[in-house]
Ligand binder design. Structure first.
Ligand SMILES: N[C@@H](CCC(=O)N[C@@H](CS)C(=O)NCC(=O)O)C(=O)O
Length: 218
């Protein structure tokens, strides 16, 4: 399998973490989002990540994670249908109400562009709601859904890498300060050896990311 994307992408890193946690063989192929016709055959929107398999390519991080999880018996989705739905609920809330509003500030935080005032007004209330919803839903004892690490832990951890940065840089706000349970969970996840490997690769790729974002400087 080939994982397309770049090591400083939080979506890419969520998939990479799962592949590593499951002990699967894969090749990392450095690719920035692009509308190149060749890449559009791999990811129909030209985004990252994409996973190329023997049967064809798959896009959308949660869908890729679902596919990857089914590839061997070391599963990170709960087996019980209700628990599985709850796991996906956490992932969806993390993406819709934390990741996506935070992402509206990428051009400001990563390219140094002028602040988007509409996003400034709209993003923080949504992010506050998203974090509060996850605090309600998750036991974080020690993992979000209890004893076992799930894809929800993996996905949320990388959502918080970007959202945490945006919260500090844009709002001078420590996203998890009012949620000590999630704050402790996040700290624990950062100590996981796979998180440390992914974070080290991400740190090394930061220069590449800055060069990529420099193209969007206005
Ligand atoms: N919904 C997509 C979002 C992926 C995404 O937005 N990736 C970013 C990089 S971290 C990207 O490709 N951005 C470029 C673009 O949106 O065109 C997923 O779940 O994989």
């Amino acid at each position: 399998m080939k994982l397309y994307g770049f090591c400083a992408s939080n979506y890419y890193n969520a998939v990479k973490h799962l592949l590593l946690a499951k002990g699967l063989d894969f090749e990392e192929v450095k690719e920035f989002p692009s509308q190149d016709p060749g890449y559009l055959k791999i990811h129909p929107l030209g985004k990252v990540p994409a996973l190329a398999t023997e049967q064809g390519a798959i896009s959308e991080t949660d869908v890729i994670m679902d596919y990857v999880d089914g590839l061997n018996d070391k599963t990170f989705f709960p087996a019980d249908p209700f628990e599985r739905a709850k796991c996906k609920e956490i992932m969806k809330i993390a993406e819709l109400y934390i990741e996506l509003p935070a992402r509206r500030h990428n051009a400001e935080v990563l390219a140094g562009n002028k602040r988007c005032e509409i996003a400034f007004k709209e993003s923080r209330p949504l992010m506050e709601k998203g974090v509060a919803a996850l605090d309600t839903l998750c036991s974080a004892d020690p993992y979000l859904m209890g004893d076992k690490m799930t894809t929800a832990d993996i996905f949320l951890r990388y959502v918080l890498v970007l959202a945490g940065l945006v919260a500090v840089k844009v709002y001078d706000w420590k996203l998890l300060d009012e949620h000590p349970k999630l704050k402790a969970w996040n700290k624990m996840m950062a100590q996981d050896p796979i998180s440390q490997q992914v974070d080290a690769d991400s740190k090394e790729a930061m220069k590449d990311l800055m060069e990529y974002f420099a193209k969007f400087k206005k």
